[in-house]
Design a protein around this ligand. Structure first.
Ligand SMILES: Nc1ncnc2c1ncn2[C@@H]1O[C@H](COP(=O)(O)OP(=O)(O)OP(=O)(O)O)[C@@H](O)[C@H]1O
Length: 582
C-alpha cells in the first residue's frame, strides 16, 4: 500500500512514508478505541435495560467502571500518538522537502531556470509544499486509517447481522465512488485555478520588477488594470472550482449519512418480524454514529488529495530533472580553455555552430562580434553554466562536462554585465568572492577595485547595507564591487563581460590598472564591445552569427581587413564623430 508508487504519488521522502505509516496505524488504533467506548456504552445500556425490564440489579458495575477508566486512559494516549504521528512529524517533512527542493534547484543546470519562470518555482517551493503538507497531515493517515478500521469494524458488524451491516455501510462505498468519479473534474478545476494563480504572481512580479520603467512611461494605469483583471479572473475560476468540488463532497457526505435512515428502516422491520431484538439495533445505531466520523475530516479535504497530484507532479519534475553532475577531483594541467567544434542551442534554437578556439593561460583572449553573435554564450559555456549539445570544452586538458560544476567554478572569477548583489553590507558582498576571507583581505581587494572612493561617503562605510541587488548603488559602483569580488577570489580563469562598461573614464583607467594586476598569468576571456578595450588583448576571436569568423592577434586581424578591421574602423569613426560634436 505504501510502496514506491505511493511515495512518488504524494512526493514523500522515505521518512515521510514512515510518518504516514505511523499516522495510519495510530488512526486505526484511535478508531478502534472509540468503538471500545461504544461497546462500554452498549454494556451499560444492556444493564439498565435488564433493570428496567426484569427488575434485576446492575450486574456489571465494576467491570464497566474498570473499562471506562481503561478507555479514558487509552483514548488519551492514542489520540496523543495520532496527533504526533500526523501533525507533529509532518512539520519536519515540510522542512525536509523544502530544503531538498532548494538543494536540488541549487544543483540544476542554469538552462533549467531559463525554461521555468521564477514565480512558478517559488509557487512550487511554497504553495505546492503547503498543499502537500495539508494532504500529508490532514488526509493520508486519517483516510487510510479510516479505510482499515472501517474494514475491521465492518467484518464484526457483518458477523453480528449482515442485513443491518449492509443497511449501515452501503453509503460508504457509494459516497467514495461518487467522489472518485468526480476526480477528473476536480483536478481540471484545480489546474485551471493554479494556472490563473501563477498568472497573478507573474503579473505582480513583473509590475514590481519594472516599476521604474512603468512609471517612466506613464503606464501605471494600464499595468494595474491588467493586474486587477488577472486577480478577478483568478477569483472567478477559484469560486467556480470550489463550488463544483463542494457540491460533490456534500453530496457524498449526505449519501453516507443516508445509512442512518436505512439502518433504522431495516432494523425496525427486523424487530417487527422478530428476527432481532432492540438492543442489537441500538448497538448498530451507536456504531453508525461513530463509523462515519473518521471519514468526515478526510472527506472535506479529499478534493485536496486529488488535486495534490498536480503539486506532487510539479515537485517530482524538479526531483527528476537530471543534475549537471561530475567528478570532484578536478586536476587540470594548466588552465588553457579549448573549444573544439562546440555547438549549443537554447531550447531548440542553435546559437553556436562549430566553435573552435583556444584561450591560453597567461593571455587575454577577447571575444568580439556584433550584438547577438554569441560572445556571452561562449563565456558562460566556458564555465559550464550550461551544457553544450556537441563538441567539447576542455580546461587544462579536462573535458569540463565531466567535472562537478561547483568544483569547476572554484577556478573561475566572473565579472558579468548583470552584477548580482545581495541585500547585505558592502563588506559581505565582496567577501562572497572568497569564503572566510579576513576583513583585511576584503578591504585590500576593495581598494584595488577603487571601491574606497564611493564607500567612504556611505553612512557606515563598508558596513552599509546596499539594498536588494544593490539598489542603493550606481551601475559603476555595483561593477566595482563585482570586480573587488573577483580580485579577492584570485581564481585561475577570469571571465570578463564588459567589465568596465559603467565606469567613467577616470575610474575605468584605475580599474583597468587593478584588473591588469589581477589578470597577470591568468587565463582571461573578455567580452568587450569597445575595440579600444580589446586592442591590448593577446588574441582576438571574432564571432558572427554564432560562428568563428576570424581569430589571431589584434595586429594580424587588423591587417587582414576583415570584420575586425571593419568594427575598429566603425568605432573610430563614431568616436571622431562624438569628438567633433563635443
Ligand atoms: N537565455 C537565453 N535563451 C534563449 N536565447 C538566448 C538566451 N541568451 C541569449 N540568447 C540568444 O543567443 C544568441 C547569442 O546571444 P549572446 O548573448 O551570446 O550574444 P552576444 O554576442 O553576447 O550579444 P550582446 O553583445 O548583445 O550581449 C542571441 O541570438 C540571443 O538572442
Amino acid at each position: 500500500m505504501f510502496g514506491e508508487k505511493f511515495k512518488r504519488k504524494y512526493a514523500l521522502t522515505d521518512q515521510g512514508i514512515q510518518n504516514i505509516k505511523k499516522g495510519t496505524f495510530w488512526t486505526v488504533v484511535v478508531n478502534l478505541v472509540v468503538m471500545m467506548g461504544m461497546s462500554i456504552l452498549y454494556l451499560m445500556m444492556s444493564d439498565f435495560m435488564a433493570v428496567l425490564v426484569d427488575g434485576s440489579s446492575l450486574s456489571h458495575t465494576m467491570l464497566i467502571i474498570t473499562l471506562l477508566v481503561v478507555f479514558v486512559f487509552l483514548s488519551f494516549i492514542t489520540h496523543l500518538q495520532q496527533y504526533k504521528a500526523t501533525y507533529g512529524l509532518v512539520y519536519n517533512e515540510v522542512k525536509a522537502t523544502r530544503l531538498s527542493l532548494a538543494e536540488r534547484l541549487r544543483k540544476l543546470p542554469l538552462g533549467y531556470f531559463g525554461k521555468r519562470d521564477l514565480a512558478d518555482l517559488t509557487e512550487t517551493i511554497m504553495g505546492d509544499v503547503n498543499r502537500m503538507e495539508h494532504v500529508w497531515s490532514h488526509v493520508l493517515g486519517y483516510l487510510y486509517g479510516a479505510y482499515i478500521s472501517t474494514a475491521i469494524i465492518a467484518v464484526f458488524l457483518f458477523i453480528y447481522d449482515w442485513r443491518l451491516a449492509a443497511a449501515c455501510l452501503w453509503g460508504v462505498p457509494v459516497a467514495f465512488a461518487l467522489l472518485f468519479g468526480s476526480r477528473k473534474l476536480t483536478v481540471q478545476a484545480s489546474k485551471r485555478t493554479k494556472s490563473y494563480a501563477i498568472r497573478v504572481s507573474d503579473g505582480i512580479q513583473e509590475t514590481l520588477e519594472n516599476i521604474r520603467e512603468i512609471r517612466a512611461t506613464n503606464q501605471e494605469e494600464r499595468y494595474l488594470e491588467e493586474l486587477y483583471q488577472k486577480i478577478d479572473d483568478h477569483e472567478r475560476v477559484m469560486i467556480q472550482g470550489e463550488l463544483g468540488t463542494g457540491l460533490f463532497v456534500n453530496a457524498a457526505s449526505v449519501i453516507m449519512r443516508l445509512g442512518v435512515a436505512t439502518t433504522m428502516l431495516v432494523g425496525t422491520h427486523l424487530i417487527l418480524s422478530g428476527s432481532i431484538d432492540f438492543m442489537l439495533l441500538f448497538l448498530f445505531l451507536m456504531v453508525i454514529t461513530r463509523i462515519y466520523a473518521p471519514f468526515d475530516q478526510s472527506l472535506a479535504l479529499i478534493a485536496e488529495m486529488f488535486v495534490s497530484q498536480i503539486s506532487a507532479n510539479r515537485m517530482n519534475k524538479i526531483y527528476e530533472t537530471s543534475l549537471a553532475g561530475g567528478i570532484e577531483n578536478f586536476e587540470p594541467q594548466g588552465h588553457d580553455i579549448v573549444f573544439e567544434h562546440v555547438r549549443f542551442a537554447y531550447d531548440q534554437n542553435e546559437v553556436l555552430h562549430d566553435i573552435s578556439f583556444t584561450a591560453k593561460e597567461g593571455e587575454v583572449t577577447a571575444l568580439v562580434g556584433p550584438s547577438g553573435s554569441g560572445k556571452s554564450t561562449c563565456a558562460r559555456l566556458a564555465a559550464r553554466l550550461w551544457d553544450i549539445s556537441k563538441g567539447t570544452i576542455k580546461v587544462g586538458g579536462v573535458d569540463i562536462s565531466t567535472v562537478d560544476p561547483e568544483i569547476l567554478l572554484s577556478d573561475y572569477s566572473m565579472v558579468f554585465q548583470d552584477v548580482v548583489l545581495f541585500d547585505d553590507t558592502v563588506m559581505e558582498n565582496i567577501r562572497l568572492g572568497k569564503r572566510g576571507a579576513t576583513d583585511e583581505e576584503v578591504l585590500a581587494a576593495a581598494k584595488a577595485a577603487n571601491c574606497d572612493e564611493f564607500v567612504d561617503v556611505l553612512s557606515q562605510g563598508y558596513n552599509t547595507f546596499i539594498g536588494e541587488n544593490g539598489a542603493k548603488l550606481s551601475g559603476g559602483e555595483r561593477q566595482r564591487i563585482s570586480i573587488a569580488r573577483a580580485l579577492l577570489k584570485d581564481a585561475s580563469i577570469i571571465l570578463l563581460d564588459e567589465a568596465t562598461a559603467s565606469l567613467d573614464v577616470e575610474n575605468e583607467t584605475r580599474v583597468q590598472e587593478a584588473l591588469s594586476r589581477l589578470l597577470e598569468n591568468k587565463t582571461v576571456l573578455v567580452i568587450a564591445h569597445r575595440m579600444r578595450t580589446v586592442q591590448s588583448a593577446d588574441k582576438i576571436v571574432v564571432l558572427e552569427n554564432g560562428r568563428v569568423k576570424e581569430q589571431g592577434t589584434p595586429a594580424q586581424l587588423y591587417a587582414e581587413k576583415g570584420l575586425y578591421h571593419h568594427m575598429v574602423e566603425l568605432q573610430n569613426e563614431s568616436s571622431h564623430w562624438q569628438l567633433d560634436n563635443e
